[in-house]
Each structure stands twice: as C-alpha cells, then as structure tokens.
Design a protein around this ligand. Structure first.
Ligand code: FEO
Ligand code: CA
Ligand code: CA
Ligand code: CA
Length: 494
C-alpha cells in the first residue's frame, strides 16, 4: 500500500447540498465527534471557553495531541454565558464571567478505545488563557508611551483566527477588540485599547510559559497570522485586517530563521519591517518612518506607527480591501491566498479569494502579481469566504461566514446555512467550490485544521443560534438538543 492509500485524505467525497437544517452535516462516509464544548470541565478547575474559533494541533501522533483553540467573543449569546440581557452596562460579575470565556484553551486530547476524541481531563497541559492572563509585550512598542509604558498587559480577547510558527507555537489574532474593551471597562478598571489588536504567541507545550504580544506585527483587527520563510531565510508573516476597506500586511524579520534554534526563533518577531500591500502599484510599502517619508511627519516614533497601523497604512497608500479574512500559503507553489469576505458598503455581497504570487516566488520580495482565484456568488455556490486551510495535496478548504442575521434571505437565499468547501487549485476543477459541510442554524464553521496524516479534520462550530431572542426558545439547539453550545468537532472517515 502506498502512503496515499493509507491516508486517503479528505478530498475524495460526494459533495453535499446547501442546507438550512439545525445540524452539522458532513458527506456520506464521514462522521464527527464533539472534542470539546463550551463550559466543559478540563479537570484542572478550569472550563473550556465560549465561541471557539481557530484550532491548531500539536504533535505527530494522529490519535493524541495538544490542541490550541481560540475563544473569540460572547456577543448575542451573552444571556447563556453571563446572564447579560443586552441592555445597559454589565455587572462586575457578568464582566468577570465574560472575560473568563474568551482568549483561548490549550487542551490535551486523545481518541478513546472506541476511536472517539475527547479531552484528557486533568492533564498538565490543559490551560486557559483569558482576558485576565498576564501577557508580555515585545518589539518597538514594548514600554513605549504609545502603550502607556507597559511591558506587560492584562489578557487577550477577540481571538479570531491564527496560525502556527515554524518552532511549534501558536499565533492568535486579536480581531474586534474595540467593543469588548468598552463593554468590559469600568470606572475602576479601564482597559487600554492600545493593549489589544496584536498577534499573540502562545506556547501550548509549555504550561508555565507567558504568552507574548508581538508589536512588530502591527496593531489592527488581526484576523490571522501565517508564517513562512523567504529565500534568504528571513521570516515572513502575513496578516489581514478584517474590516471594510482595511488592508493586508506582511512582516519580514531582520534576522534569519535557524531550525536548530528552536523556540529562540521567537526573537525574530521582535525586529523587522511591517509592509502594507498596494495592489495598484503591485508593491509592498514599508510602514517604517525611515523608509516611507509620508509617515515621518505624523508619527514621532516607530512605536506610534505600529500602535496606529491603520492610519499609517492609509498614509503609505495601502489598498483598502473588502474585509481581508484568512490568508494561507499554498504548500506546493508558495503563492498567497487571501479571503476577502465581502463589503456590503460597496455592494460586494459574496466576496472573493485572491491569489498573490510574490516576484521570484520569494516571500521576501516587495513586488508581486495577483489574480482572482475564485469569486463567490449564486453560480459558484459559495459566499463570504473566511477561514482557510490547505491539505497536503494542495486543495484549498474554505469556511464561509454569511452574517447570521442575513442567512437564507435576500442576496444569500441561494446558500443555506454557512458551510465548508473544497477548492482544487489545479486541474479542470481549479477554483470550483465543492461543499463538504453545512453548519447548524446561525453557526459559522471556523478554524479548520488537518491533524497528522490528514486522518482527522478539526473544525470549530461557532455561535450556533446567534440570533436567539428568547433564551427559552433558542433558534438552534445544537449539539445537545438543549441550549446552543459552541463546540470543536473532529471529522473523520467512517
Ligand atoms: Fe472573526 Fe474576521 O472573523
Ligand atoms: Ca473569521
Ligand atoms: Ca487558516
Ligand atoms: Ca467573518
């Protein structure tokens, strides 16, 4: 048997049809387990957080490993989490509960004798990172006036998507931090917005480690971070700013990656140059006071540039885009796939996936070409691309995020609930969408991650029943038939 036969992967399946059922639907021949669910006891006195998003598996064992999971936000389902009914300020107790339920979880997971995944309760690896966990700042803004002089900040929040470093740690993007900073600030404890909106690095394999926010990577509504290495060995990290008319960025380190340096390579994220994409001139423009004169007058220090990345990007001619979500790098040709989810202000209801090819196929290049790889719409069968992952064959897998309040109506009446799609990147089906999964009512599928050997696909089911108005009569009862509970699932062949 060839390795391929042993691990047939996920790309061979009979596509499903769009659905509006309150179920997680996967193709015939596939099944799913609930790996972890909101509120689940980790056996360490801690509980799994709310609205799981990005997932990232550590270890080479296909049956047991460590999973990092982002917990993004609370939102309309606060009634179940903290009892907050959406009117007026929250009580201190409601704030405490909500701050505990965001951030991320490290969970040690394992298949049992029946092949069902679950948490290893009480494992020394199980750990919560919350909006209260101390987190170190690194890079130019550390200790700078632009962050109120802080070298360490309190907590992480709005953790949307992310990525894995080349030295086996997780990166987590702080996305829509502004509302949470406001909702959770009190007269006695005012959160500083400059402490949020960063890329956070977490080491799930070292339970005692202090997470870090790397200020060199800029501050904005970070969807994700994806890392690669350029031809001279420098690290390159791409990240999108998910808001209407915001930009795509990449960071290039000054120093070069050395595999034998292991986790010491993290220091490379402290020194380098942040660039913003200019699609008109096919250039990456450095957001550096010394290299881009338009920035020198407005910003007194490089820390100011990084804390106010959006303003700097506009001055540097960064291209406003239709909500850049996830970015992934093709495992075979190194090209960069960018999900632009939609821009309702511009009448872009369905979004696109753009493919950027760096000059000389070198991620350190400052010029490139690009094309639209796939455009959403009724004909193509998908809308609002969001999180992405490649399989080892080079197929692109994409979740969709039609806003829960707009599902199954108006421009979105063709698509059913949100879904998960495979797109071949070569051959006669290049750029065509094949639907693999359909989400429960008002849920979004997020955080796709293929486990070792592609035997398991981890997927988050986020915000089922998000439009619920009466908590006793939720719009979704997934997965238990009771109240809606965001959960991480493991999908495998039967
Ligand atoms: Fe949290 Fe841009 O999705
Ligand atoms: Ca997203
Ligand atoms: Ca991704
Ligand atoms: Ca989204």
């Amino acid at each position: 048997r060839t390795p391929q036969q042993q691990n047939p992967g996920f790309h061979q399946f009979k596509p499903i049809k769009p659905s509006s059922q309150d179920q997680l639907i996967v193709p015939r021949g596939y099944q799913y387990d609930i790996v972890a669910t909101w509120g689940e006891d980790l056996g360490t006195g801690e509980r799994f957080g709310f609205n799981n998003d990005f997932t990232c598996y550590f270890g080479n064992n296909p049956n047991e490993g460590i999973l990092w999971v982002n917990h993004e936000y609370i939102g309309n389902l606060a009634i179940y989490v903290s009892g907050y009914r959406g009117e007026g300020p929250r009580t201190p107790e409601q704030i405490r509960i909500e701050k505990y339920n965001v951030g991320g979880s490290v969970i040690h997971i394992k298949k049992d004798s029946k092949g069902k995944w679950g948490i290893v309760k009480g494992s020394q690896y199980n750990r919560r990172i919350t909006a209260n966990t101390p987190i170190a700042l690194t890079g130019p803004a550390r200790g700078n006036a632009a962050v109120g002089g802080a070298t360490q900040v309190t907590g992480t929040l709005a953790n949307c998507s992310g990525g894995k470093t080349l030295w086996n740690t997780a990166m987590s993007g702080e996305e829509n931090y502004m509302d949470m900073v406001e909702d959770w600030s009190t007269a006695e404890n005012k959160l500083n917005p400059a402490h949020y909106g960063w890329i956070v690095e977490i080491d799930p394999l070292d339970p005692k480690s202090t997470p870090k926010k790397h200020t060199s990577l800029g501050r904005f509504s970070h969807e994700n971070a994806v890392m690669t290495v350029g031809k001279s060995g420098r690290l390159v990290v791409y990240s999108g700013d998910d808001a209407n008319d915001q930009c795509v960025y990449k960071f290039i380190s000054d120093g070069v990656f050395r595999r034998d340096a292991g986790k010491q390579n993290s220091r490379l994220l402290e020194k380098g140059t942040l660039y913003v994409v200019d699609l008109g001139n096919l250039k990456w423009v450095p957001l550096d006071r010394d290299k881009t004169p338009a920035l020198t007058e407005k910003f007194k220090t490089q820390a100011d540039v990084l804390v106010n990345t959006r303003d700097a990007a506009k001055l540097a001619n960064g291209t406003p885009l239709d909500r850049p979500e996830d970015i992934e790098i093709h495992p075979k040709d190194g090209s960069v796939y960018i999900a632009l989810t939609n821009n309702l202000d511009h009448g872009n209801y369905y979004g696109q996936i753009v493919r950027l090819v760096e000059d000389d196929n070198n991620s350190e290049s400052t010029s490139f070409e690009y094309e639209v790889f796939a455009a959403g719409g009724p004909q193509s069968g998908f809308a609002c691309p969001d999180n992405m992952a490649f399989d080892s064959q080079g197929n692109l897998w994409v979740t969709t995020d039609i806003s829960s309040s707009k599902l199954n109506e108006g421009p979105y009446k063709y698509f059913g609930n949100n879904g998960f799609f495979m797109f071949p990147t070569q051959g006669s089906n290049r750029g065509k969408a094949f639907q693999f999964a359909s989400a429960p009512v008002e849920a979004e599928l997020t955080g796709p991650w293929f486990g070792p050997g592609e035997q398991t696909l981890f997927l988050s089911v986020q915000h089922p029943g998000e439009e619920t108005k009466d908590p006793n009569n939720p719009t979704s009862r997934w997965p238990t038939g009771n109240i809606p509970r965001p959960s991480v699932v493991a999908i495998s062949r039967k």
